[in-house]
Ligand binder design. Structure first.
Ligand code: TXA
Ligand code: MG
Length: 337
């Protein structure tokens, strides 16, 4: 199959919307990462998403909407707090897990009786959803296990020949995926995956915000998995990623002791000198690091890096999401120096 690269102009979005209506798959830019979109209520189209990504069948997809009134068409028993959060954070990087209505096929929800719903903030995504007149299932557009795409070229690398088109909507501004939350009760939400909307922001509307333990720690055997995505190896380039916690001086000392061919360092803006291996900078604060992380990890594979030592980000604000992605990219290999 030939995968065509479309622009974000209306005429091209109309072409993409026609493909979606026809049951085909399209790479869709969002403010977080690029998604692999198809009609959420068409089991055959959704099966195509799982096949193209090589995604385990029990890992549910997020359904994307462009109109708030769609929420009650797709979900039921919606807490008042969910409407308050939608009001405040949509369109934007927040996914809410709610009880699904029968119009959501089992394949879309990975066999669960819940569905994750989000209204993305990218104009091309909103236009595609509106022009198709459908709700769109869209996981991140990477091959399962690989870092998420934050540029159209990343989507092309992973999906060329497997899907009908990719819409080039430019670089993603958030750079990490949405915050996924579930509702414990009318006042309490649980963060299942940290993302662009932070715990601090959620606390402006919810009385309590629980951070699920699986965000920062490896699941132990027998532990309840509240979000199937937490079970799987994720966000990993081919290169071996090792996260290092400590000062820049101690980081340099450790990396230099382990220097060699095709060894790279991923450091903060402002970290200067002292390294015996080539380094790449990925930002100086949580939002910048979020924006650059996946692209930097993919670049490491372009450079044929064997091992990448990464300075651990501060797990605060959006930095919590960056930390969560990196610790998984590293397969929980963290070294304190
Ligand atoms: O920003 C994003 O959320 C991007 C863009 C494209 O919207 N999408 C995305 O989808 O990251 P995906 O499929 O790569 O990640 C969705 C995560 C998975 O970890 C999945 O297990 C979890 O959300 N999830 C989805 N539906 C769920 C549900 N009903 N219950 C629990 N977890 C759910
Ligand atoms: Mg993903």
């Amino acid at each position: 199959m030939e995968t065509i690269l479309l622009s974000a102009e209306t005429a091209d979005i109309e072409k993409a919307a026609a493909m979606i209506k026809n049951g085909e798959l399209v790479g869709m830019p969002t403010e977080t990462v690029y998604g692999l979109a198809a009609n959420a209520t068409d089991p055959k189209a959704v099966a195509g998403i799982f096949a193209a990504k090589g995604r385990p069948a029990d890992n549910p997809l997020i359904v994307h909407i462009a109109e708030l009134r769609k929420l009650s068409e797709l979900a039921e028993d919606i807490p008042v707090l969910a409407y308050r959060l939608a009001e405040k954070f949509w369109p934007g990087p927040l996914t809410m897990i709610l009880k699904k209505k029968p119009c959501i096929p089992d394949i879309t929800s990975g066999g669960l009786d819940t569905v994750g719903i989000r209204m993305p903030a990218h104009p091309a995504a909103l236009e595609l959803i509106r022009k198709s007149g459908l709700s769109l299932a869209a996981p991140s557009g990477n091959v399962s296990g690989y870092p998420s795409p934050t540029k159209a070229e990343h989507m092309m690398r992973d999906m060329n020949g497997k899907i009908s088109a990719v819409i080039d909507g430019g670089d993603c501004t958030v750079g990490v995926e949405s915050t996924v939350i579930s509702f414990e009760n009318e006042n309490t939400v649980r963060i299942l995956r940290p993302g662009g909307v932070t715990r601090e922001q959620l606390l402006e509307e919810a009385e309590n915000v629980i951070i699920d333990p699986a965000i920062l720690h490896e699941l132990t055997e027998g532990q309840t998995v509240r979000s199937p995505g937490m079970k799987y190896q994720h966000y990993s380039p081919i290169a071996h990623v090792i996260m290092i916690e400590g000062s820049y001086e101690a980081f340099c000392r450790y990396v230099n002791e382990n220097a060699g061919e095709n060894i790279y360092a991923l450091v903060f803006d402002g970290d200067e000198g002292g390294l015996a291996v080539p380094s790449v900078k990925y930002g100086c604060n949580g939002s910048e690091q979020a924006q650059n992380l996946f692209s930097c990890l993919r670049d490491m594979d372009e450079k044929a890096a064997k091992t990448v030592y990464v300075r651990a980000p501060e797990p605060e604000g959006v930095g919590l999401a960056v930390y969560n992605r990196l610790i998984r990219a590293a397969g929980f290999e963290v070294i304190q120096v």
